[in-house]
Ligand binder design. Sequence first.
Ligand code: AMP
Length: 518
Amino acid sequence: MNLAHLLARDAARAPDRPTLFDGTRCVASAAQWAARSARLAQALHSRGIAPGDRVLLFMRNHPRYLELLFGLWWAGAVAVPVNAKLHPAELRWIADNAQAALAFVTRDVWPEGEALGDVPVLDALGDDTTALLEAGEPAAITERAPGDTAWLFYTSGTTGRPKGVMITHRNLMAMGLTYFNDVDAIAPGDTIAYAAPMSHGAGIYAVPHLMAGARHAVPASGGFDAAELHALGLALGPLSLFAAPTIVKRLVDHAEAQGHGPAQAAAAYKTIVYGGAPMYEADIRRALRLMGPRFVQIYGQGETPMTGTALSRAVLMDEAHPQYAERVASVGVAQTPVRVRVAGSDGQPLPAGAVGEVLIQGDTVMAGYWRNPEATASALRGGWLWTGDMGALDAHGFLTLKDRSKDLIISGGSNIYPREVEEALLTAPGVAEVAVVGAHDPEWGEVVVAFVVMQPGQPGRPGDAAALDAHCLGCIARFKRPKRYVFVETLPKNNYGKVLKTALRERLAAGEGDRERV
Ligand code: AMP
């Protein structure tokens, strides 16, 4: 088994189909993409890269990412995708931990002349790399076993050192196939746009789109810009894309600012798959109102990439359903290749409605953490992946996430799930973003503290805390109400847009917000 066979198959069945796009400009047909990847594989062999060797990709989004990725797989090597926003010291740490044999970089993130220990560095967009892709002989695909690693993904890690998640060829094959059943049908000639980092889930969505013979477009800016993406959609689309909730919010803000409604959204976007962080109910309802039936949610983690549960377009649009309010706030039902269980600490399933840790089992679950048997033994137990997420399943199999287990607040002996408090606060007028954490308290053990970003033009005023308190009294139990509000301009986030609750807890421990009790 080798994922590169998908590329060879696509090139054979539709060699001339325009396939890779830099903005609106086609840069490779299916056959050209395959030929470049095959030549790169030969060049890698000549440089002594052996099957199983790790090669880093430290690049901004660019169509070349896909040529290199499949070239690495073609050669039997392991791709190590690294978020282009990481600090050079973090890249060095990963290169060392992965024992990398080679690195492809773009010069915007790794300047010329910068050394990476003794790892050879090649400019992914430079002439030397172009020559590897365009000159020389093509290699045959190096066969791999289904359980061999294809993608060594370093978890974003909101705490501690990242861990290298070993994702196998079989994992990504299963992830790709289930997209068609649980997320969306893809027709040949559809277009996927890479508007989120290709080093993360967005990049591996290349697999199902290659399976279907779709086109792959990277916005010319290499980043996310709502106006650029909309224009790309009108030119090449309608587009399918993966977007974290913060990006969805920006797309919806843009649609609203332009006076666009669902018809304009339909012209530019086919499907917006969202996930990777909590999508609050108020936000998805607004997105559906302004952009129409274009959304599907997925829940997964690096350890079972893009594959845990899915909340389908049909469920998101079924407003008449008696359980609509709960379902729209859930992450949906188990995707086809996995089982999802909510368990107590003994791993046994809990009854419907009870909150426990989310466990996942199936063909998309990682082989383990690279050179980290202790972490592997703690995450893979009794045949299940222990996700560290807390949630509850209903009688119909819909999973509602509460929080990461470490974010749970225990106040006066009662469990408080920050997410529930955040959902409540986000329905208050003027609130743009919120993050709720626990602060140490001598009387209660912990108390609830809300960090609040007000909408532009509405800086948090002292009176707002009282107004928010009154709002909470109207929608959640008294004991769950924040005891303190800290008004901030922005929330600290990691490179993937996830709020760093650890940083907020540290700020509280250092005394921030002490004077702002309700
Ligand atoms: P990562 O491994 O970086 O992809 O992060 C995975 C984590 O992001 C999960 O364990 C969840 O805590 C969170 N996450 C992923 N998808 C969702 C979702 N749809 N809703 C809420 N949280 C999510």
